[in-house]
Design a protein around this ligand. Structure first.
Ligand code: ZN
Length: 242
């Protein structure tokens, strides 16, 4: 049974949209594992590379559960920021009003990095805020990732470079997203990176073939993946099951 989660933390009253959906508290993770580990071999995966992933360590060690941390390399280096989180922070701060999060999210999810940046800049201009001031989420640094990689229960995988919906990108972008993150992770952390988690769990035959050609051996989807499919393994969202 492969589980996946994103950010670890308490549910906050003013959490909105995707932020709320992406958070799960550690007690919830622990109780799910306790309930299911007797009859299942469990693999835990954490997408995006939030610093809060570190909070899983005591639980992993206690239950002897392996974890793959799927890293979006653009987040580590601050070159790319998850617009969902940025947008939510602006909403919570009251800087963006009367905008439907879901429709913006749907529109931007498949957009190119350039288009996404343009929309976010326009929104910041209209709301009169500096985009930098909204960057509250913190991501694992290279040093932290190297330390995690040394842990016997933890391995590092790629979650691409810019967190784009690969299914909706050009072949050129697909290859560069897959290659750039793999190369960076191997340079900065060492060893071979052979696991990829597709952003939004979104892949098709072209994306999976490209991933194989780039040297990945295992691909991970979300609930939409297929049991037993090496390049599109089905994962269960921890939160959805509770
Ligand atoms: Zn993600």
């Amino acid at each position: 049974m492969i589980l996946y989660l994103h950010d670890i933390g308490p549910h906050e009253a003013d959490d909105l949209g995707a932020n709320a959906n992406n958070k799960v508290d550690i007690e919830t993770v622990a109780s799910f594992i306790r309930k299911h580990s007797a009859n299942n071999e469990i693999l835990l995966t954490a997408d995006d590379g939030y610093t809060s992933t570190i909070n899983l360590l005591p639980l992993l060690e206690k239950e002897n559960i392996p974890l793959i941390v799927f890293v979006t390399t653009g987040f580590v280096e601050g070159r790319v920021y998850p617009y969902e989180a940025e947008f939510c922070d602006a909403l919570v701060a009251g800087l963006v009003k009367d905008v439907d999060f879901d429709s913006i999210h749907r529109q931007l999810r498949g957009a190119s990095k350039k288009h996404r940046e343009r929309v976010m800049n326009e929104m910041a201009k209209a709301g009169r805020y500096r985009r930098d001031t909204q960057r509250k989420r913190s991501f694992l640094s290279w040093a932290m990732l190297r330390k995690l990689n040394d842990h016997p229960l933890i391995s590092i995988g790629s979650h691409t470079d810019a967190h784009l919906d690969l299914k909706r990108q050009s072949p050129l972008t697909i290859f560069s997203e897959l290659r750039r993150s793999k190369k960076l992770l191997e340079e900065k952390i060492g060893g071979k990176i052979t696991h990829i988690s597709y952003p939004y769990g979104s892949s098709d035959r072209l994306v999976r073939t490209a991933a194989r050609l780039c040297g990945y051996l295992y691909g991970y989807g979300t609930e939409t993946g297929e049991n037993g499919s090496r390049m599109n393994q089905r994962r269960i969202s921890l939160k959805n099951k509770l």
